[in-house]
Design a protein around this ligand. Structure first.
Ligand SMILES: Nc1ncnc2c1ncn2[C@@H]1O[C@H](COP(=O)(O)OP(=O)(O)OP(=O)(O)O)[C@@H](O)[C@H]1O
Ligand SMILES: [Mg+2]
Length: 400
C-alpha cells in the first residue's frame, strides 16, 4: 500500500498518541480525508477483534456509503463487503452498521444502540440530530468518532459545534475534539496535471475557496464571477458546428417567465442562442414561443421548472418535449459557473437583453448560502437547461 501523505501522517499520529474521542478532517475535495479515516477506522475495529461489538458507518445515502467508504474498504481488506438484511457488514469479528443520515429522523435508527466507534462520511450532508445521536451512542469504553467533510457555510453545525471546538478537553485531561484541515495540495498522490486541471475548471470565489483550499467560507457577491463580457459575448455563430440544441424554461408571471435556447457544438462548447423573457404572459403565449422554437430547431428537449406541473403537462399535450429539470441550486450554479470559467459557455450578445442585467445583478445571500431570488429568471432557465442536459455526462465522469 502506498504511504500516507504528510497531512495524513499528522492525523494518524494524533489518533494514536492524543486519542481524541472525536476526530474531524475537513477540507478540499480529493484531499485524502476519507482514505486515512478508513485506514484508522479499520485499525480501530481490529483492536476489538472477535468481540461481536457494534460499529457505525454514517453517510448521506446507502449508495454514497458504498461509493465513498465500502469500495475503498474492500480494496484495503482484499475482500468483498456485503450488507446483510440489517445493512451491516462483518469486519474483524464485529458488526458495522451502515446508516443513511440525511433525514431528520435518521437518528431513530441509531437509537438504543451501543457502539464502539463511528465513521461519518461527508458530515455536512448528515442531519444535525443524527450526528449528535451517533456520537452519544458511541459509549463503549474506548469508542472513537471520525468525521470527514467538505466545507460549507461557516455557520454550519459541523463547523460551529465541532471544528470550532478543536482542542476541547474532557475533565480528565483527555482530548475530546481534534480537527484537521486539508487542501487539495495535501494529497501528494494526485497527478500534477489533474490538480492543475481541477484548479483551472473550478469557479472563482466560494467554489475555489472550498473545493481547492478547503475553507469554510460563505458565498458572497456576484454569483457568476467568471463571466467576462469580452470573452463570453459573441457577435455571430458563423462557422460553429452545432450538434445539438435544447431549451430551458422558467415559469413566471409577476416575475419574468423565460425560455432560453442552447446550442452545443462538436467540441462540447455551449451557446446561449435565444432569450425569451416576458412578464404577465399566460401559458398560451409560452406554448406559442416553444412551438416557434420547435419549428426552427426541431423537436428539442425543454428542461422545465417543475414548480408548475400543469404548465409542464400543457407543453406535453402540445407535443413539446417538456422534461422536469434538475433544480439542485448550488450544484447547478457550479456547473454553469464551471463552463464560464473554462470558456465553454458563450452568449450571442444581440439575442439577449434580460441576461445582460441578471448576470451582474444575481448575487449570493451570505446567510442562506443560496442566491437571492431576484435577477434570476433567465439565469434559472439557463441553469435548468445546462445542468439537466450535462447530467448524464457528469455521471459518467464521476460527478465532476
Ligand atoms: N496515502 C494515499 N495513498 C494512495 N492513494 C491515496 C492516498 N490518500 C488518498 N489517496 C487516493 O486519493 C483519492 C482522494 O482521496 P480521498 O477519497 O480520501 O479524498 P477526500 O478528501 O475524501 O475527497 P472528497 O472530499 O472528494 O471525498 C482517492 O482515490 C484515494 O484512494
Ligand atoms: Mg471523501
Amino acid at each position: 500500500m502506498a504511504d500516507l501523505t504528510p497531512k495524513q501522517k499528522e492525523v494518524w499520529d494524533c489518533f494514536i498518541k492524543e486519542q481524541p474521542k472525536i476526530l474531524l478532517a475537513s477540507g478540499a475535495k480529493r484531499a485524502g480525508k476519507t482514505f486515512v479515516f478508513i485506514l484508522l477506522y479499520l485499525m480501530h475495529i481490529a483492536k476489538f477483534e472477535n468481540q461481536g461489538l457494534s460499529f457505525i458507518i454514517g453517510g448521506s445515502t446507502q449508495a454514497s456509503i458504498r461509493r465513498n467508504v465500502l469500495n475503498d474498504m474492500e480494496e484495503i481488506l482484499g475482500k468483498e463487503l456485503k450488507l446483510d438484511k440489517t445493512n451491516a457488514i462483518s469486519v474483524f469479528g464485529n458488526k458495522v452498521y451502515c446508516f443513511d443520515g440525511t433525514n431528520a429522523d435518521a437518528w431513530k435508527k441509531a437509537r438504543g444502540f451501543t457502539a464502539a466507534g463511528a465513521l461519518l462520511n461527508e458530515g455536512t450532508a448528515l442531519h444535525d440530530t443524527f450526528v449528535k445521536e451517533v456520537i452519544s451512542r458511541c459509549s463503549y469504553p474506548g469508542a472513537r468518532v471520525l468525521i470527514d467533510t467538505n466545507p460549507e457555510n461557516p455557520a454550519h453545525f459541523v463547523k460551529t459545534d465541532y471544528i470550532d471546538k478543536d482542542g476541547q478537553k474532557l475533565k480528565n485531561g483527555k482530548i475530546n475534539i481534534k480537527a484537521f484541515h486539508f487542501t487539495v495540495f495535501d494529497n501528494i498522490y494526485l497527478d500534477e496535471e489533474y490538480v492543475e486541471s481541477i484548479i483551472a475548471s473550478t469557479p472563482t470565489g466560494m467554489f475555489t475557496d472550498r473545493d481547492i483550499y478547503g475553507l469554510w467560507v460563505a458565498a458572497e457577491g456576484v454569483v457568476y464571477k467568471d463571466f467576462n463580457k469580452d470573452k463570453h459575448y459573441i457577435d455571430d455563430i458563423e462557422g460553429v458546428n452545432f450538434v445539438r440544441y435544447f431549451a430551458g424554461t422558467d415559469w413566471g408571471y409577476e416575475h419574468h417567465g423565460s425560455i432560453v435556447v442552447i446550442g452545443e457544438d462538436d467540441e462540447g462548447c455551449f451557446y446561449l442562442l435565444e432569450e425569451h423573457a416576458h412578464q404577465h404572459q399566460e401559458i398560451d403565449f409560452w406554448v406559442d414561443v416553444a412551438n416557434d422554437i420547435k419549428s426552427r430547431y426541431g423537436n428539442i428537449f425543454f428542461y422545465c421548472d417543475s414548480a408548475r406541473p400543469e404548465h409542464v403537462k400543457r407543453f406535453r399535450r402540445e407535443r413539446i418535449k417538456a422534461v422536469n429539470a434538475d433544480k439542485a441550486v448550488v450544484s447547478g450554479i457550479e456547473e454553469v459557473a464551471r463552463l464560464f470559467k473554462t470558456d465553454q459557455l458563450k452568449v450571442v450578445k444581440s439575442k439577449v437583453s434580460r441576461f445582460d442585467k441578471e448576470i451582474y445583478m444575481y448575487v449570493w445571500n451570505e446567510t442562506t448560502g443560496e442566491p437571492v431570488k431576484q435577477w434570476d429568471d433567465v439565469l434559472d432557465s439557463l441553469r435548468y437547461a445546462i445542468y439537466t442536459h450535462t447530467k448524464p455526462q457528469r455521471r459518467k465522469t464521476g460527478g465532476r
